[in-house]
Design a protein around this ligand. Structure first.
Ligand code: GDP
Length: 183
């Protein structure tokens, strides 16, 4: 039987408050498109994608299995079981919402309590398109503040836009690279 076209299969989870763009990031990753008015996430959605890690030939191909968890408190008990066995986690906030950034601390605690002990986490400041430039009025979370938090907590960090696609695949690639460095 032919071997599968990937070298690793990794389980990833996407967490963060409601409306920060978790579903949109997953749709962008797997479908290369953006929905202006998506259905609010109910429970958990799933998407799978092959990504090729940059590097010398033969390049490593990873099959990402991504679970998009609901952001609302009422779903927490459901989503916890999805954390189990996750190798990577995207902790998403919106750069237009300080409150969603402040929630990341709680989401991180959940991830650390329920995912793999060595889970690789990337902090993702989404909706970057709404605040081009540090001083744009829509921006509530300065890049430096998020970077400082990521450094303190040992997280990777990037800003991204599910709308434009900027930084989305990179976020998953960086987390996958860190997972594989620990293998
Ligand atoms: P979720 O609840 O975290 O899964 O968030 P959704 O993916 O449902 O997105 C919530 C809202 O934000 C929707 O109206 C999206 O169209 C919008 N949205 C998501 N990502 C972006 C982005 O990168 N830029 C902009 N401008 N809007 C976004």
């Amino acid at each position: 039987m032919a071997s599968p076209p990937w070298h690793y299969v990794l389980k990833f989870i996407i967490t963060g408050d409601a409306a920060v763009g978790k579903s949109s990031l997953l749709v962008r990753l797997t479908d290369q498109r953006f929905l202006a008015n998506p259905d609010p996430t109910l429970g958990v959605e799933f998407g799978s994608k092959l990504i090729t890690l940059p590097g010398p030939d033969p390049q490593t191909v990873v099959k990402l299995q991504c679970w998009d968890t609901a952001g609302t408190e009422s779903f927490r008990s459901i989503t916890r079981s999805y954390y189990r066995g996750a190798a990577g986690a995207l902790l998403v906030y919106s750069i237009t919402s300080l409150r969603s950034f402040e929630s990341v601390r709680t989401w991180l605690a959940d991830v650390r309590a329920h995912a793999d002990a060595h889970v690789s986490c990337v902090l993702v400041g989404n909706k970057r398109d709404l605040a081009e430039g540090e001083d744009a009025p829509a921006r509530e979370v300065p890049t430096a503040l998020a970077q400082q938090f990521a450094d303190e907590e040992g997280l990777l960090f990037t800003e991204a836009s599910a709308r434009s696609g900027e930084g989305v695949e990179e976020a998953f690639i960086r987390a996958a690279e860190e997972v594989l460095r620990k293998v």
